[in-house]
Design a protein around this ligand. Structure first.
Ligand code: GH3
Ligand code: MG
Ligand code: MG
Length: 390
């Protein structure tokens, strides 16, 4: 994709009467971090107790590789502190160092799974194969013998940085895919699959930690009529607004999902039935107050005919044979209406003697929802409750 570069240049006299110029580059302002294709900024951490060695390696890297930034540390402990606090893409690490040597640094790094994909190249003065094997077994990605050969160092660093870039890209794509597979495409909230997976985990946790867990099932009232009166597109918008309304009232750890067509489910961990009922009431009131400006379906009348009362043309090619044709239409503009939407709510909570599984929890909430529908809609019913909660 091309991006446009717009520059504004002003020139004239400055305050002292000399020639002045002002230039504003929109491209730089709007895309300040945009970099040329193939140009990446990556950070390499060099760990060595010898300042001379650190500077030597840093010089080789910054001269030999485009877009490389280096950080340095004199021992394994300082290196670890940098690793956990800064973005580092690769570590070049000496073995023998005061405070924390190269092997202990590898062991410390291994305690942090989030650092597992940062490759470490061990630099050792010992030529022995056993030393290299030990380093690789301790988690190093590669091993080089000191004094390092500039071209070999650069070649190996390139390989590991490239592998890391691919790995990061893969991770990013996987995260995107996971998000997509957990999200309902229309309303952008969780889908049923994701909801059920989270509900399983939360029910287990609730049972183990002896804390409550509630579910609210929500079903839009007479949604079929909304589709019939305003069309499916407006119906879709209503689904989005309802999803936003439910989502807007959530606290951390709570999850709202589109459970089916015009049915939603909300999972409320650490919430008793009474708290969940209050949540449902708040949502019900908000939905009741929601107004959407929409146009009803336009009424359109079209009259078509030819001079000899023949049947209307069936294809454009026949058209010229039937000329002159009378064709006129009248469009009665649609009225702008305020669409109102209500929903019915069923609430169930764990612990309850009837509830042992997620299926039980959902079934009880669904039964309460059914009773809310049966008793006139736009209300909240609790599991096991005789009268409506609202
Ligand atoms: P009730 O108050 O008893 O719940 O009545 P209702 O009309 O809401 O329920 P019903 O089950 O009769 O109709 C649900 C309608 O929801 C029918 C279906 O076409 C519509 N629907 C389901 N999914 C979608 C969707 O993604 N978009 C739109 N626009 N409509 C949908
Ligand atoms: Mg409905
Ligand atoms: Mg329904």
């Amino acid at each position: 994709m091309r991006t446009w570069r717009i520059s504004l240049t002003y020139s004239g006299k400055d305050a002292e009467g000399g020639d002045g110029a002002y230039s504003f580059d929109f491209h730089r302002r709007i895309f300040p971090r945009r970099i040329e294709p193939g140009f990446v900024t990556q950070t390499i951490l060099i760990v060595d107790d010898s300042e001379e060695a650190r500077e030597h390696i840093s010089g080789i890297l910054t001269e030999g590789l485009a877009g490389i930034r280096t950080l340095t540390a004199p021992n394994g402990l300082d290196a670890f502190m940098l690793l956990v606090s800064r973005q580092v893409d690769l570590v070049l690490c000496d073995v023998v160092m005061p405070v924390l040597d190269g092997f202990k640094f590898l062991a410390l790094k291994a305690t942090r799974p989030d650092l597992s994909d940062v490759p470490v190249i061990i630099l050792t003065v010992v030529e022995e194969v056993s030393q290299k094997v030990k380093a690789l077994e301790a988690g190093a990605a590669d091993c080089l013998t000191k004094p390092v050969h500039a071209s070999e160092l650069l070649a190996r660093v390139r390989v590991h940085l490239k592998a890391r870039s691919f790995q990061q890209e893969l991770r990013r794509k996987n995260a995107e895919l996971e998000l997509l597979s957990n999200t309902d495409a229309l309303t952008r909230i969780a889908n049923r699959r994701h909801f059920l997976a989270i509900a399983e985990v939360e029910l287990l946790r609730a049972a183990e930690e002896r804390v409550p867990l509630s579910v609210v099932m929500v079903d839009i009232d007479h949604f079929k009529k909304i589709n019939d009166d305003y069309g499916h597109l407006i119906g879709d918008q209503v689904l989005g607004r309802v999803a936003d309304t439910l989502q807007g009232d959530l606290r951390h750890g709570e999850i709202a999902a589109r459970y089916g067509g015009e049915e939603f489910a909300v999972l409320l961990p650490n919430t008793e039935l009474s708290g969940a009922a209050a949540f449902a009431q708040r949502c019900r009131t908000r939905l009741e107050a929601l107004r959407m400006d929409v146009a009803g379906r336009a009424l359109s009348i079209r009259v078509q005919g030819g001079p000899s009362l023949q049947p209307a043309p069936v294809s454009v090619r026949n058209r010229s044979l039937l000329e002159p044709e009378i064709s006129w239409g009248i469009q009665i503009p649609a009225q702008v209406n305020e669409l109102r939407v209500t929903a019915s709510f069923g609430v169930a909570g764990f612990p309850s003697p009837k509830i042992h599984t997620v299926d039980d929890l959902l079934r009880c909430a669904d039964r309460a929802l059914y009773r809310a529908k049966a008793s006139g809609r736009d209300c909240v019913y609790l599991d096991g409750q005789a009268g409506a909660a609202s």
